[in-house]
Design a protein around this ligand. Structure first.
Ligand code: SF4
Ligand code: FES
Length: 248
C-alpha cells in the first residue's frame, strides 16, 4: 500500500508545531501502526533528518504510553485497542493518515507526538494507600469473601491503563473516566473502604487542580477507551464524592 502521512512535528513544548507530509511506499497490512512509524523513522535517519518522537513501551496494549490521535480519534479507527495494537490492514491503499498527539491542556506536548501525562500520576498519588498489611503476615487473599459481581467490577475498573484516550476524546478534556476507574477499583472492595472518604476527595481535588475539564455526559470517553471502562464508574465516583462530602 502507498500511504500518505500528515505527522505533527513540534520541536519542544514552547515551539509552534505543524503537520508535515510524508509518503510511505510499500506498507504491508500485517505491519503494526508503530512498525510503520519505525520504518518512517529509519527512512528519516537514513536521509539525515530528525526522526519522529512517539511514546511506546510494551507494544501490546498494557502500558498505555502510545497516546496517538489517528485521523482525529484516540488510538485510531478500531475499537477496544491501543495504537500499538492497530495494524495497517485497517487502512487502504492511497489513504491519508493524520497523526497528532493527544490534545489537552493538562497533557502538554513534550516533543512531536509525545505528551506529558504526569498529571495522571499525580491524581493516582493523591489517592494514597490502602490499609492492608502486606509485610510480615499478610492476610490470605481468600480470607475476606467478596461477591463475584463486585470483584468483577473492581477488576474491570483496574484494567484502566492510564492512556489518556478518554481525555483526548472528550470535548471538555475531562479526566472523569480515568479518575473514576481508579476510585472504583478500591471503592468496590472492602479493603478500599478505610480510606474511601479521603481518597475520592483528594483525587477529585487533584483532577481539578491539573486543569482537566468537567464531565457533561457525552460518553465519548467510553467509546474511545481501549479497555472498555464503563461510564458507570463515573456515576459511582459521583456517589462516593457526595457521600464523602456529607460525612465531612
Ligand atoms: S479510562 Fe480508558 S481511556 Fe481513560 S485512561 Fe483508562 S484505559 Fe485509557
Ligand atoms: S505501547 Fe504499551 S499500550 Fe501501546
Amino acid at each position: 500500500m502507498k500511504i500518505y502521512l500528515k505527522v505533527w512535528r513540534q520541536k519542544d513544548a514552547s515551539a509552534k508545531g505543524e503537520l508535515v507530509d510524508y509518503t510511505m511506499e510499500s506498507v504491508e497490512g500485517d505491519m503494526s501502526f508503530l512498525e510503520m512509524l519505525d520504518i518512517l523513522n529509519e527512512d528519516l535517519i537514513a536521509k539525515g533528518e530528525i526522526p519522529v518522537e512517539f511514546d511506546h513501551d510494551c507494544r501490546e496494549g498494557i502500558c498505555g504510553t502510545c497516546s496517538l490521535q489517528i485521523n482525529g480519534r484516540p488510538h485510531g479507527p478500531d475499537r477496544l485497542i491501543t495504537a500499538c495494537q492497530l495494524h495497517m490492514r485497517s487502512f487502504k491503499d492511497g489513504d491519508t493518515i493524520v497523526i497528532e498527539p493527544f490534545r489537552a491542556k493538562a497533557f502538554p506536548v513534550v516533543k512531536d507526538l509525545i505528551v506529558d501525562r504526569t498529571s495522571f500520576e499525580r491524581i493516582q498519588q493523591a489517592g494514597g494507600f490502602i490499609s492492608v498489611n502486606t509485610s510480615g503476615q499478610p492476610v490470605d487473599a481468600n480470607a475476606i469473601p467478596i461477591e463475584k459481581e463486585f470483584a468483577d467490577k473492581a477488576f474491570n475498573a483496574a484494567t484502566c491503563i492510564g492512556c489518556g484516550a478518554c481525555v483526548a476524546a472528550c470535548k471538555n478534556a475531562s479526566a472523569m473516566l480515568f479518575t473514576s476507574a481508579k476510585v472504583s477499583q478500591f471503592a468496590l472492595l472492602p479493603q478500599g473502604k478505610v480510606e474511601a472518604v479521603e481518597r475520592v476527595q483528594n483525587m477529585v481535588r487533584q483532577m481539578d487542580l491539573e486543569g482537566f475539564g468537567n464531565c457533561t455526559n457525552t460518553g465519548a470517553c467510553e467509546i474511545e477507551c481501549p479497555k472498555g471502562i464503563s461510564l458507570e464508574n463515573i456515576a459511582r465516583m459521583n456517589r462516593e464524592y457526595l457521600s464523602a462530602s456529607l460525612k465531612g
